[in-house]
Design a protein around this ligand. Structure first.
Ligand code: ADP
Ligand code: MG
Length: 352
């Protein structure tokens, strides 16, 4: 979908070290805990009294992204978000990342510069330091693997296993938009295949496409929870859809849950595009992926602290394990919740 006639420099012209220097030339240090960044055998981080959290995610061309509609700059940005989201889900502050890239010679230097522009923009916006990585060639396609580090007061760490019966289930933001953005982009790709001159009009879908191509991780939530004086009993990021994440919390915490269909936060753009595609919006919120919102549980006593917050929606509550996990529909039916989050090892589903 993207015509590009700009100059191309082959990767071999720069060589590995030249390429690393070139790509990382705009890297800045924001965090006092970064004692040593790029350029030595290892980075040195000093988080003093706090616990360090570490998380890694890998994105593989053709599995996790399609360059037909994913601009490389967005891909770089998103690859960082995917990781920061996991850090915030531990109630931690993200501080550093390392960036490993494998690219085939199909990618000129300028393409990797675009990728890196997205990475450095994300780093600047979220005040995380790029402190290292690896750069290597691949025989086919592009692979990007990012590791993120963060720091957290050990007393404030939120894992998946602390939810108790009667806790409230809370989500941030709204759900399903990224998945519907992907559906819109897939449709435009098919139109483009038939008619390469077609100009996609994505304006009506701007919010959805943005949520797919330029997701933002919820950096604000650990701080918001601290300001509200709420310590969640468990937390997870919503990368595979609400159902899948509720199941993770319930299994880890050995509890059940009820989610109320009418409470699930949906943007009006999701509702209207679901009508257009003739898909049920609740199904999309439950099973679509890549929202990068947070799902957490809080004790009932915290209800007053969170109830009026526009960032937070109470979607249900935790029950005893034997009661199972259910969606309570608008018609007051109880439907068991099943995991349908997208799975990279599932060949039948192409959209991931
Ligand atoms: P080593 O031989 O120790 O693996 P490299 O030559 O791979 O070192 O990398 C040199 C330096 O550049 C190291 O500090 C490494 O962390 C950093 N680096 C390599 N690739 C990247 C990248 N894509 N992004 C950020 N830093 C990188
Ligand atoms: Mg190396």
């Amino acid at each position: 979908m993207f015509e590009d006639n700009s100059p191309k420099t082959s990767l071999s012209e720069l060589g590995e070290f030249g390429l690393i220097d070139h790509l990382t030339r705009f890297v800045e240090i924001y965090q006092p805990s970064t004692l040593k960044g790029i350029g030595d055998d290892a980075a040195v981080i000093h988080h003093k009294d706090e616990a360090t959290v570490v998380t890694t995610d890998m994105l593989v061309e053709g599995v996790h992204f399609d360059l037909a509609y994913m601009p490389l700059k967005h891909l770089g940005y998103k690859a960082v978000m995917v990781n920061l989201s996991d850090v915030y889900a531990m109630n931690a502050e993200a501080t550093q990342i390392t960036v490993s890239i494998a690219a085939s010679n199909r990618f000129p230097v300028e393409a990797l510069e675009e990728l890196y522009a997205g990475i450095t923009l994300a780093a600047k916006t979220y005040k995380v330091d790029v402190v290292g990585g690896d750069t290597t060639s691949s025989t086919s396609g592009l692979v990007i693997s990012i590791t993120a580090l963060g720091k957290v007061d050990p007393k404030k760490v939120t894992s998946r296993d602390g939810a108790k019966p009667n806790d409230l289930l809370v989500v941030t933001g709204d759900l399903g938009a990224a998945y519907m953005g992907l559906q819109v982009l897939e449709r435009e790709k098919q139109v483009f295949k038939v008619n390469p001159n077609a100009q996609p009009d994505l304006e009506p879908y701007a919010y959805l496409v943005e949520r797919q191509l330029k997701p933002e991780a919820r950096k604000d939530i650990p701080g918001l929870l601290a300001a509200l004086e709420v310590q969640p009993t468990s937390m997870i990021d919503i990368s595979d859809g609400l159902s899948s994440e509720v199941i993770h919390i319930c299994k880890s915490s050995k509890v059940g849950a009820n989610i109320f269909e009418e409470k699930i936060p949906l943007d009006p753009a999701v509702i209207s595009v679901c009508e257009e595609f003739n898909i049920d919006s609740t199904t999309i919120a439950l099973n679509g992926g890549e929202d990068y919102e947070l799902l957490f549980t809080v004790d009932q006593k915290d209800f007053d602290k969170i109830k009026a917050n526009p960032n937070l929606t109470i979607v249900g509550h935790i029950t005893e394990e034997r009661e199972g996990m259910h969606l309570v529909t608008r018609g007051n039916q109880k439907i068991p919740i099943k995991a349908q989050g997208w799975n990279s090892f599932d060949d039948e589903k192409e959209e991931d």
